[in-house]
Design a protein around this ligand. Structure first.
Ligand code: NIG
Ligand code: FE
Length: 390
């Protein structure tokens, strides 16, 4: 198998806490990384790097793990420019706009949906994302949810069934009937394509009892739970996520002290999605408070046409540092290792021997520039599974 060394790295982020240099990022200065096939096989000081078939000179710049975007909604058609415009003139965000995207998605062909996923994925890779999770939730019929997940599974192994996004108009008078569909025939049709099951637990979507029933039914079919929780207001989502040992509670914008304590004590990752607060002009989630309680935090894009139409992890890092109380080190960790934790993965999100060779070369001397130089396209090269893809 061919070996490639990336040498002359000014600052390498490994996310290996055992390196013990005072930051969970496990920084190595003047470093090199050796890749064999799809794996990292060696990291250390450049001067000690073993001989390899090829060498790539990083030119004294920074290398970080590829971003792990653990929360996106890429299976949709159309966009909601007018809704965004109205919001920027003061109209508040409600999840009601989801139904606009449901109508457009149902009307789209399989090829259109697949082309959309490919397009947003290519966009994400150009910004350094090497793993992404994505969800259904804009079909809301058995056939439309199953086809969304089938198409998603062609692009990623991190596929989430979100039949419980909102109650669709066709069931407006029978929400219990819709929950029965989501936990019955729709689950049967969707489970073969998905790893995860998600519920939008919020006023106007699904309440705590409905969410529990849906996630429990999914678990019986082998799907692991995650929850859209406490995005628009207080509610039972976060504590339910911890109680069910969900991999993550996503949004976490409106938290009581009891919610924060629960996150601090459980294994559920708090996934923060600052693109949503940016695009809905909402209150920022308080990352500092959640971190200080001892919880694990992930940062993700929530890329979707309604609340957060960005595929950019660097943008989310900049927002988290500027407005959510995170340091640049914490934000980078959350966008890489934190995302991996939210997907319960240990093979991604870091650069150590044995991890998947997902590397990003930045046009900057250190990862701090991701927040320090917001909006600047700093991603210079990307390796995904050991292959150079940018
Ligand atoms: O995570 N909150 C629920 N779902 C999405 C928004 C969906 C939409 O507005 O289309 C979210 O923000
Ligand atoms: Fe979401």
């Amino acid at each position: 198998m061919t070996t490639t060394a990336v040498i002359n790295i000014a600052s390498l982020v490994t996310n290996d806490p055992s390196l013990g240099n005072g930051t969970p990022l496990g920084l190595i200065r003047d470093a090199a990384v050796v890749i064999e096939g799809d794996r990292v096989v060696w990291t250390g000081e450049s001067s000690k790097a073993p001989a390899t078939d090829n060498a790539v000179d990083a030119g004294g710049r920074a290398v970080i793990p590829g971003f792990v975007d653990s929360h996106s909604h890429l299976l949709f058609a159309g966009d909601r420019t007018e809704e965004f415009n109205a919001r920027m003139s003061g109209v508040p965000y409600t999840a009601g706009g989801i139904r606009t995207t449901v109508a457009a998605t149902r009307a789209a062909s399989d090829d259109e949906l697949a082309a959309n996923v490919s397009r947003y994925l290519a966009e994400a890779v150009r910004q350094g994302t090497t793993t992404f999770e994505t969800k259904s939730g804009y079909g809301l019929t058995v056939e439309d949810e199953a086809r969304a997940l089938r198409i998603a599974a062609d692009h990623t192994e991190e596929v989430t069934y979100l039949g419980a996004h909102v109650v669709p108009p066709d069931y407006a008078d029978d929400p219990a009937g819709y929950v029965a569909l989501v936990t019955g025939p729709m689950l049967d049709a969707c489970a073969p394509y998905a790893r995860w099951i998600d519920v939008f637990c919020e006023k106007g979507a699904f309440d705590g009892d409905q969410a529990r029933a849906i996630l429990t039914a999914g678990r019986a079919k082998g799907l692991h739970p995650r929850i859209h929780a406490n995005q628009l207001g207080h509610g039972p989502g976060v504590q339910l996520a911890v109680e069910l040992d969900a991999a993550s509670a996503d949004h976490c914008t409106h938290l009581t002290d009891a919610d924060v304590d629960a996150l601090g004590q459980g294994d559920t990752v708090a996934t923060l999605l600052p693109g949503a607060e940016f695009s809905t002009r909402a209150t920022w989630p308080d990352a500092r408070r959640i971190l200080d309680a001892g919880a694990t935090v992930a940062l993700s894009t929530d890329c979707n046409p309604g609340s957060s139409f960005t595929s950019s992890m660097p943008f989310c890092i900049a927002l988290a540092v500027r407005d959510m109380g995170m340091t640049p080190d914490e934000a980078l960790w959350s966008a890489t290792a934190g995302g991996a934790a939210a997907l319960r993965r240990t093979d991604i999100g870091g650069i150590t021997p044995g991890t998947r060779a997902d590397l990003v070369l930045l046009d900057a001397p250190s990862h701090v520039h991701l927040a320090y130089r917001p909006g600047v396209p700093l991603v210079s090269a990307v390796w995904q599974r050991g292959q150079r893809v940018l």
